[in-house]
Write a protein that binds this ligand. Structure first.
Ligand SMILES: [Zn+2]
Length: 336
């Protein structure tokens, strides 16, 4: 054995020792790494939440709520398909500077009531400017008949004079051209297109007088909501309606909506805005009128993604578009 062979053997010995040390080191580092990373995983809150999500009380509660809602929808409501045109018809349509009236809308579910003339339909206790030409929906005419009859019974006045109950697009063009943008709304943006609004005057001894809602006539401002009408442009809402005070302009919306607007001092813009918060899966608007009728009102957005609405199975209801992307349902819960 020469020196070279000896050196060769001892180098091999060193090499195998070195390999052993390296392997040991790798094993130790692997164990340490596992400890470090598992520590990080345990401390990472996101991983914790993923792991514990099903146990989270808030998540559990939400899942329970969704399941209850789903069950309620299946047992107490029917699902119907609608179109965007369903948002554009009905007693609650909002027509103003921002929301044009849709003459051509053809809704699937919401009734688009035809306009009918006052001739042969009006009570004896008021006058209509041109009964054969002035038109509203039958429901709005019936409501006004009841109002005028009660007004006569209460005050002895039968001198109410109704005009401008419906204007065509061309009528409004003429009004706009003659009165200007300060007074008249743009054609297509007038409430008078809807057949749900009219202007009031007083007809006395062959003369037509302005209706200011003062004196005996204040009865109409204070009571029209009981018949489903609202004073559409109140003096304290001019910034919202963008229309100056019009004591003579009335709008039919239906009893339940008129009641809520009157008792909560809301104009139509404010009420439509408020209803957007009340949906089937959040909170519904529930209230009881002075006459003891309890209503539940909710709004359902209709658009490109959602074309289904839910209607109550076991209660009678009214349904209307808001002309602002939603269908509003008002169900009578009790007391009718
Ligand atoms: Zn008017």
């Amino acid at each position: 054995m020469n020196n070279n062979q000896k050196n060769g053997q001892s180098r091999r010995g060193y090499t195998s020792n070195f390999t052993l040390v390296c392997l040991l080191l790798i094993a130790v580092l692997t164990v340490i790494n596992i400890k470090i990373f598992s520590g990080i995983i345990a401390k990472n809150p996101e991983v914790d939440i993923v792991y514990n999500r099903a146990e989270d009380p808030a998540v559990k509660e939400e899942a329970k709520k969704q399941a209850a809602l789903q069950k309620e929808l299946e047992t107490s409501f029917i699902e119907l398909s609608v179109s965007v045109d369903d948002t554009k018809a009905g007693n609650l349509v909002l027509v103003n500077n921002s929301n044009a009236y849709s003459f051509e809308a053809s809704p699937k579910i919401v009734p688009k009531s035809p306009l009918v003339p006052f001739s042969g339909r009006q009570s004896d206790n008021y006058t209509v400017s041109y009964p054969a030409r002035e038109m509203m929906t039958q429901e709005a005419i019936d409501a006004f008949n009841a109002l005028a009859d009660d007004f006569y019974a209460q005050t002895g006045h039968r001198d109410l004079f109704m005009l401008d109950s419906n204007r065509s697009y061309e009528d409004q063009e003429r009004v706009y051209e003659s009165k200007g943008s300060d007074i008249a709304t743009l054609p297509g943006h007038s409430e008078h297109h809807t057949g749900l609004a009219f202007d009031m005057q007083i007809y006395q001894n062959g003369a037509v007088l302005a209706f200011d809602g003062e004196g005996d006539y204040s009865w109409i401002h204070q009571n029209c909501h009981k018949y489903g009408y609202i004073l559409r442009y109140p003096h304290d809402k001019t910034e919202v309606t963008e229309i100056s005070y019009e004591p003579w302009h009335f709008r039919y919306v239906g009893k339940e909506h008129a009641y809520y607007m009157y008792t909560n001092n809301l104009c139509l813009e404010e009420y439509i805005g408020l209803l957007k918060k009340y949906t089937l899966d959040s909170e519904r608007l529930i209230f009881t009128t002075d006459e003891g009728v309890q209503y539940m009102i909710y709004s359902q957005p209709v658009g490109a993604d959602t074309d289904k609405i839910y209607l109550p199975k076991n209660h009678s209801y009214n349904i209307s578009g808001d002309n602002d992307g939603n269908v509003i349902v008002s169900a009578i819960l009790s007391g009718n």
